[in-house]
Design a binder for this molecule. Structure first.
Ligand code: ATP
Ligand code: NCN
Length: 207
């Protein structure tokens, strides 16, 4: 199974990295691709360039061969719609290879506003990870029809199911980190030291 973990990663932090590691072990993934979005479909364009966000992500995962950074969203113009990304990935892998899209509960709660959201399930399964501060909204029939309670059943078809996965709860967010930097607070232990050094060297997120 191949995993996709999309994000703005502005910047990448231990909330992303720890959950990515856990799901790659829980689901015994062949690979987990961390996939930075170039032009978020749903929020104002980050002040920090996609290239800088990619660099921080690459630094963070450099010693972890189970992770890769998939930069395909930087290579296309226009909003980074996940449905286009999944279609592109699906065209490169075996038709019967299960593809898992990992999203946190906050992202899940706005899933029905994503571009062609129902079509996401034509290309991948969706795995919703717990995130502190968020509870999943009550499940609409579209989800109830696709929900599976046994993660092993995700292996039996390439796409189309939804599964809820408990992960270690780390109440870390990129917005908290950006605000802390702007307020000249110490951000140690929230994200890798190499990324902190990059943020300082490039003077990112300063007020
Ligand atoms: N601490 C966390 N625990 C679980 N999932 C997380 C956590 N932080 C981020 N995620 C998930 O990672 C994906 C990408 O998140 P994103 O890059 O937007 O980070 P963020 O911390 O939510 O950023 P921001 O605070 O700017 O909104 C989303 O699916 C989100 O739900
Ligand atoms: O495709 C969409 O319409 C869409 C709308 C909102 C979010 N996404 C994707 O969801 C992932 C998590 O988003 P975010 O805002 O939490 O970084 C990231 O890969 C985004 O590109 C995608």
């Amino acid at each position: 199974m191949i995993g996709i973990y999309g994000g703005t990663f502005n910047p990448v932090h231990y909330g992303h990295l720890r959950t990515a590691l856990e799901v790659s072990e829980i689901f015994a993934l062949h690979e987990l691709r961390l996939l930075p979005c170039a032009q978020p479909a749903h929020r104002t364009e980050p002040e920090v360039s996609a290239e800088a966000r990619v660099q921080m992500l690459q630094m963070a995962i450099k010693d972890y061969p189970q992770f890769s950074c998939d930069t395909r969203e930087l290579e296309r113009a226009g909003p980074s719609y996940m449905v286009d990304t999944l279609a592109s990935i699906r065209s490169e892998i075996d038709d019967d290879m299960p593809l898992l899209l990992f999203i946190g509960t906050d992202a899940f709660n706005s899933l029905t506003s994503w571009h062609r959201w129902q079509a996401l399930f034509d290309y991948a399964h969706i795995v919703v990870m717990t995130r502190p501060g968020y509870k999943p909204d009550s499940l609409i029939n579209f989800y109830l029809d696709r929900q599976v309670d046994d993660r092993h059943s995700l292996k039996s078809c390439p796409s189309g199911k939804i599964y809820f996965q408990q992960v270690t709860q780390l109440e870390i967010s990129a917005s908290f980190i950006r605000k802390a930097v702007a307020e000249q607070k110490n951000i140690s232990f929230l994200l890798p030291e190499s990324v902190i050094e990059y943020i300082q060297a490039k003077r990112l997120y300063r007020a």
